[in-house]
Design a protein around this ligand. Sequence first.
Ligand code: ZN
Length: 294
Amino acid sequence: MIETTGEAIWKITGMSKGPHMVIFGGVHGNELTGIEVVKKIREAIVSGDIVIDRGTLHLILGNPRAIERNTRGSADHVDLNRCFKKDVLDQQDELYERQRAKEIAQILATADISIDLHAMNKPSVPFLCCAVTEAHEKIYQWLDCDRVLADPNYILGGESVTTDEYIDLCGGVGICYETGMAKDLNRIDEVMTDVLNILKDQQMILSDALPTKKNTDARSIYELVHAINLTEAGFQYADGRGAGSFEEFRMGDVIGYVGEDPLIAEFDGVIVFPKIPELQKLGKPLVYLAKRIK
Ligand SMILES: [Zn+2]
């Protein structure tokens, strides 16, 4: 049975009790793969091609206004995936993203698993953003990418701000999957197959056999170390730097210039989430530095 329980929020209840899973696309409105995957899974359930046998599945298009605009948020410099703070359920706020986060957080608060599909505005290999625990690995083992970016110290938002961080706080298991480039539609079928394998593994969908797990032994683990904020002095990358996530630097390298002052790397690492100029904002992070820990 499929019910619409909110704007672009669909709840599918299986025949018997089981896990409660949430699948998100379009938490950022210009990241197309996740939006298409959610729509395709929904269509397959409506047509009867996919039957949820056990548990509860929520399919959510995170930010319908941003999807309509084909932009990250419903207005410039607003970001739904920075609104999932610990006290989100108590917040009274007019901002659309905060209202939406509150509506979605009510679902996440009682869910067991969430898969939040994202994509990047600059080139990047696919990667996972989530905690690295056995429970997380049991879910993300089905997703085809060879690296995980963890943020145990909340460098990204200073506290819990993302869907995966919020469900983790509530006792569930949250995974954010950066599937590739925002406008790239080539991975839709592959990502959908991988996500459905998670549902099969959870026995939410009946299936005879599961394929071999993906990259289980080959995953590199990175940890966020540092955010570089945009200041009045401005920031410019050193020559040839800042093109995309997982670009490597060595200790002592000049990553860029804050005004005239060189920003020198204090460890061997990679840059992640380099913001495109139109998303950069004074006082906010414009890129992050991460370190490989495994
Ligand atoms: Zn995103």
